[in-house]
Design a protein around this ligand. Sequence first.
Ligand code: AHM
Ligand code: MG
Length: 335
Amino acid sequence: MARINQTLGEFIIENQSEFQYSSGELSRLINSIRLAAKAVNHEVNKAGLVDITGSAGEINTQGEDQQKLDVFANDTFIRTLTNREIVCGIASEENDDFITIQGSNNDHKNKYVVLIDPLDGSSNIDVNVSVGTIFSVYRRVTPVGTPVQLKDFLQPGNLQVAAGYIVYGTSTMLVYTTGHGVNGFTLNPALGTYYLSHPNMQFPEDGNIYSVNEGNYIHFPKGIKNYIKYCQEEEGDRPYTSRYIGSLVSDIHRNMIKGGIYMYPKSSKANNGKLRLLYECNPMAFIVEQAGGRAINGDTRIMDLQPTELHQRVPFICGSKNMVDTAEEFYRADP
Ligand code: AHM
Ligand code: MG
C-alpha cells in the first residue's frame, strides 16, 4: 500500500511479500541499487564542475568511446552489487563478458544475476541532458553452489523478477517493478532519501507523442516510414508531437507519464537497430508492460525473444498500447 511521505526503504520493507521468493534477498538487492544510484547521481550532478566529463580513452564492447562517468557508474554498481551476498553474476553493457561473483566463502551460493546499463545515453552528459541507469534481475537457472554460466544471463525477458531505471533528470527518480505494477520514487538530494512520488504508474492507453531519430528516416523500413507519416498527418488528434531526447530512459519516462510511443527500428544500415535486448529493451519492456503499455520488435513481443548473446541488439517499439498496435499494423503491412 502506498502512503504519503513513504520512503523507498519503507516501501521495500512493507511490500516484501510481493517479491516472488520473499527471502529478503531481492529487497536487499534493490536496496543496493538504490545506494549505488545515489553515488552515481552525486557524480552526474557535478559533472560540469570537475574534470570528469569527456572520454576515458577506452573503447567499449560496441566500439564506442567510453565516457569517464560510464566507467565510474559501471564500477560503482558492480562494487555495490558484489559485496552483498545476493548476486552471483553481473553482465554490464560496458564489459565484454559477464562477471562471476563467488560470494564471501567462495561457495557460489548467491541466487540472482543482474544485467545493467550503468549509464545510458552518456553522450548527453557533456551537454547537460538527462541520462539514466537501467537494470534487470533474474534468478539463476544453474544450480546454486556452482559458478554462474552464460545461460543464467541469456534468459527471455518474461523471466525477469525485477527491473528498473534511474533517471538523472531535473530531479532524480528510481522507477522499478517486481511484476506487481510500477512505482516511482524521487530523490530528495538534501536528505539522500527517495520518496514515493509516482505510485502505481500507468502508461496511458493512447498518446500524442512520437519519439524516433528521424535523421535515420531514409533507412527505415517502408512500414515505419508510413507510420511516421501517419503521426504527422492532420486528422483527429494528429499530427502528434515529436519529442526525442536521445536518452532512452528519459524518452520512455516522459512517454509513460504523458502517453506516447518510442521507436528505434531496424534500418538498412543496422538490421537489428541499436538498442541492446538484455540491458535496455527487456528491462524497459517489463516496466512498460507492467504499467499497461506494450513493447515489441515489430514482429514479436520483446520479452518473448530468446536471447542468443550478451550484447545482442534488437529493433524496439514501445509505449502506449494503442499507439504500438497501430505502429505494428503499419510495420507488418510493409516490413
Ligand atoms: P548508449 O547505451 O550507448 O548510451 O546508447 C543508447 C542510447 C539511448 O539512450 C538512446 O535512445 C539512443 O542511444 C539514441 O541513439 P541515436 O543517437 O542513434 O538516436
Ligand atoms: Mg545504453
